[in-house]
Design a binder for this molecule. Structure first.
Ligand SMILES: [Zn+2]
Length: 353
C-alpha cells in the first residue's frame, strides 16, 4: 500500500545538552504560533518531585503552565486529560517523563488535537516518537492504539545521562529488536505478496546499525546518548512512514507481549524483554545470535531469563503463547515448529552465556 500521503513528521527534533533549560526558545523557533497559547505539562509525581526545579522552570517559560501528574498510563487517564484540554482551551501539551507519561500525553494530544511536545526523562523505549500509545484499558490489559506522532521532540542529554542505566539499557533493547523485526517484516511481505516500505525499512535498519555498530561503548557518554536518542526517534518515524509497527516489532515483541499478558508478575522492562526475545527469534530465523549476544555483553544488558524469574517451563510456554498473542501477525513464529528440547537448549544457552 502506498502510504506516502499519510505520514507526519515532527517539526522539531532537538538533542542537546541542557535542552530543557531553553525548551521554550527551541519550540518557539519552530512553532512560533504557540507563543502565548495555554499549555499543560503532563508528568508523574515522583518525577515532579525529583525534577521540581526544572519542571517549574519549564512551566513558567510556557506562561505558568499547569502541571498535572498522571496516576496511571491508562486510556481513561488520557481521555480525562484530553477533556480538560478541550474544556479549558489548552492548545499545547508537554509530556515530561518516561514511556508511561509520554504514551498518555501523546494520546491525550491526539484526541484533543493539541500540539504535543515530547520531553523524555529517560530513553527506555521508542514511545518518544512512535505513532502509537500503549495504554491500559480494562484492569491491567494494555492495548497499542494508533495516534499522531509528537510535533516536537526535545531530548536533554544531561537528563538522560542522569537517568538510571537500566532505562538506557531498555532503550538499547528496543532498538536492537529491529534486527529480528525487519526479518519478520520481509517474511510477512513475501508471504502476503506485498512489499515492505523501502524507506521505512532503511530508516529502521539505520537506527539499528547506528547503535549496534556504535564505537562509543560508554552508556553515560553524550555521544552514545545522542546516537541512541536519534535511533529511537528514527524507529518511530519508520513506523509512521510504514503506517504500522512492523519496522520495529517482530517475533521478539510477541515474546514481550506474551510476558505482559500471561505473566504480568514477571517484572522486566519492555526493552529488556524484547532484547531477551531477540536471541531465540534470531535462532528461529536461522540467523546466528552470536553478534547480539556479544553486543549485549558489551553493554552489560542482562538477557538471562533466570534473572527475571523465567523458568525453563515458563520460557517454553511464553513462546507457545507468543505465536497467538497478536492474531494475524505473520512472523517466523507462524512457521516455527517448537521442539521442547530445542527451546530448553536455547534457554540454557542464554542462562550460561
Ligand atoms: Zn518496542
Amino acid at each position: 500500500m502506498n502510504q506516502h500521503t499519510r505520514f507526519n513528521l515532527p517539526i522539531c527534533l532537538a538533542v542537546e545538552e541542557d535542552a530543557f533549560f531553553h525548551s521554550d526558545e527551541i519550540v518557539r523557533r519552530y512553532i512560533p504560533e504557540i507563543t502565548g497559547q495555554k499549555t499543560i505539562i503532563v508528568s508523574e509525581q515522583f518525577l515532579i518531585d525529583i525534577y521540581q526545579e526544572k519542571i517549574s522552570d519549564i512551566s513558567s517559560d510556557f506562561g505558568g503552565a499547569e502541571i498535572v501528574a498522571i496516576t496511571s498510563a491508562s486510556f481513561d487517564q488520557a481521555v480525562s486529560i484530553a477533556k480538560k484540554v478541550c474544556i479549558e482551551d489548552i492548545k499545547v501539551i508537554i509530556g515530561i517523563g518516561g514511556g508511561r507519561v509520554l504514551d498518555t500525553a501523546k494520546y491525550a494530544a491526539h484526541i484533543s488535537k493539541a500540539v504535543y511536545i515530547c520531553m523524555p526523562t529517560s530513553l527506555s523505549n521508542d514511545s518518544l516518537a512512535s505513532p502509537f500509545s500503549v495504554l491500559e484499558t480494562e484492569g491491567m490489559t494494555r492495548k497499542t492504539i494508533a495516534c499522531k506522532i509528537p510535533t516536537a521532540i526535545i531530548v536533554d542529554t544531561n537528563m538522560i545521562i542522569a537517568a538510571p542505566v537500566g532505562q538506557t539499557l531498555s532503550g538499547i533493547g528496543d532498538t536492537i529488536a529491529k534486527h529480528t523485526a525487519l526479518f519478520d517484516w520481509k517474511l510477512c511481505a513475501a508471504k502476503t505478496s506485498s512489499n515492505v516500505e523501502d524507506f521505512a525499512y532503511a530508516l529502521a535498519r539505520m537506527s539499528y546499525d547506528s547503535v549496534y555498530h556504535c564505537d562509543e561503548k560508554d552508556l553515560k557518554s553524550r555521544v552514545f546518548i545522542r546516537i541512541l536518542s536519534r535511533a529511537l526517534v528514527m524507529g518511530g518515524l519508520a513506523m509512521e512512514i510504514a503506517g504500522s509497527s512492523r519496522p520495529c516489532s517482530g517475533s521478539e515483541h510477541l515474546f514481550a507481549h506474551a510476558i505482559e499478558e500471561y505473566y504480568p508478575r514477571i517484572k522486566i522492562s519492555h526493552g529488556l524483554a524484547v532484547a531477551m526475545g531477540s536471541i531465540p527469534a534470531c535462532i528461529f530465523q536461522q540467523q546466528t545470535p552470536e553478534g547480539l549476544i556479544s553486543f549485549f555483553h558489551t553493554y552489560g544488558l542482562d538477557f538471562n531469563p533466570q534473572t527475571y524469574g523465567i523458568t525453563e517451563d515458563i520460557f517454553a510456554d511464553l513462546w507457545l503463547k507468543a505465536r497467538n498473542v497478536r492474531p494475524g501477525r505473520i512472523s517466523i513464529l507462524s512457521e516455527t515448529e517448537y521442539d521442547r528440547s530445542q527451546l530448553n537448549d536455547i534457554y540454557n544457552r542464554m542462562v550460561e552465556s
